[in-house]
Design a binder for this molecule. Structure first.
Ligand code: SF4
Length: 345
């Protein structure tokens, strides 16, 4: 049985941690919240200090938020401390200071998600709840060869169901502790210790050399911010366009002359910039208007677009650019923000 092998491994290899072998839900709760986004080695000292300052739920609830934050200082993610404090007050007001003992009630507390509610339910109340954290996703994905995305709702269901099934014949406390510790120490994210692993013969990833491909996570799309300063340069009748390149958004479409930047630039600094000065060189210009458009969102980019209206006496001096009037501009495909800008004029 897989879970008995992991539990045997756990009994011989587990670390001696201050929140281990305790069943007090308050202590377990504090440790689980601290362990979110934070390394075990960092948490140990904070945990001891926090528990000696706030040894009970009542102590935490009666402290001021400032006191709680002071004892959290350095751990980061301060919303965790605020939520702890609010949840402690809820436990005092709604449950007479006694930590609720059902999964559903625990889940309702501020700052507690499915994983933490499962962990408290299993560790403090021995309820049959499989706590599935990043360690568990990794272990299950590798052993069973599951390529479902761990951060999709479908994937979460698949892993949760499997974890529940595996726990079936084991005590919830020991099963959850064992598989989480196994993931943290043996089936690690990088360089898993497969040669010392008691279940390598049953492990899909080991047999197929797929350790580095599993688990699979949906990559978060990185959104890039770009700052476009469009120069609407015109004389009495005509204005200027240029063609975009074919290796960027709006391929080969036509736009106003553009100064692009990686950050927001104030108009005064823009007019002072090298790009602006080299563009206008010795031309006499009149900056007439400045319009900040709303952010134009594309799938991977946020475009922060501003239009600067510049009047010149004779547009023909910009001979390398295309000069058009309103009618002839209709022959040129224009990106939406440019089209909207012209329509508003
Ligand atoms: S054999 Fe390697 S990849 Fe498979 S469970 Fe063991 S440590 Fe993880």
């Amino acid at each position: 049985m897989l879970n008995s092998e992991i539990i045997n491994w756990y009994e011989s290899n587990k670390r001696d941690l201050p929140w281990r072998n305790i069943t007090n839900p308050y202590n377990i709760w504090i440790s689980e919240i601290m362990l979110q986004q934070t390394q075990v080695a960092t948490v140990i000292d904070y945990y001891h200090r926090f528990m000696s300052n706030f040894p009970t739920i009542n102590d935490l609830a009666s402290a001021t938020e400032q006191e709680v934050l002071n004892h959290w200082q350095g751990l980061g993610y301060y919303s965790r401390a605020r939520s702890l404090h609010q949840a402690a007050r809820t436990i005092v007001s709604d449950y007479d200071g006694v930590f609720p003992s059902s999964f559903d009630e625990i889940l309702k507390l501020k700052g507690i998600g499915v994983y933490t509610a499962s962990a408290i339910s299993a560790f403090a109340f021995n309820l049959p709840k499989a706590a599935v954290d990043g360690n568990v996703y990794r272990v299950l994905a590798r052993i069973f060869g599951i390529y479902e995305l761990t951060n999709s709702s479908q994937g979460k269901k698949v892993f949760q169901t499997l974890a529940n099934e595996l726990m079936d014949n084991a005590a919830p406390y020991i099963y959850n502790q064992a598989i989480i510790e196994f993931g943290a120490l043996c089936c690690t994210s990088k360089n898993p210790k497969c040669e010392d692993c008691p279940i390598q013969a049953q492990c899909f990833a080991y047999i197929n050399g797929e350790q580095s491909s599993l688990p699979v996570k949906k990559k978060k799309i990185k959104i890039r911010d770009r700052y476009f300063y469009y120069l609407y340069i015109h004389d009495e009748e005509r204005f200027l366009l240029q063609q975009r390149s074919d290796d960027d958004i709006w391929r080969k479409m036509f736009e106003f002359p553009l100064i692009e930047a990686d950050n927001k630039i104030d108009l005064v600094d823009l007019i002072d910039s090298e790009a602006w000065c080299s563009f206008f060189d010795d031309v006499t210009i009149h900056v007439k208007d400045h319009l900040v458009s709303k952010v134009h969102k594309l799938s991977h980019q946020n475009l922060h677009i501003e239009f600067i209206e510049v009047k010149v006496d004779d547009i023909s001096i910009f001979s390398s650019l295309i000069s058009v009037d309103r009618e002839s501009s209709l022959d040129y495909p224009l990106p939406k923000p440019i089209e909207l800008y012209l329509a508003r004029r």
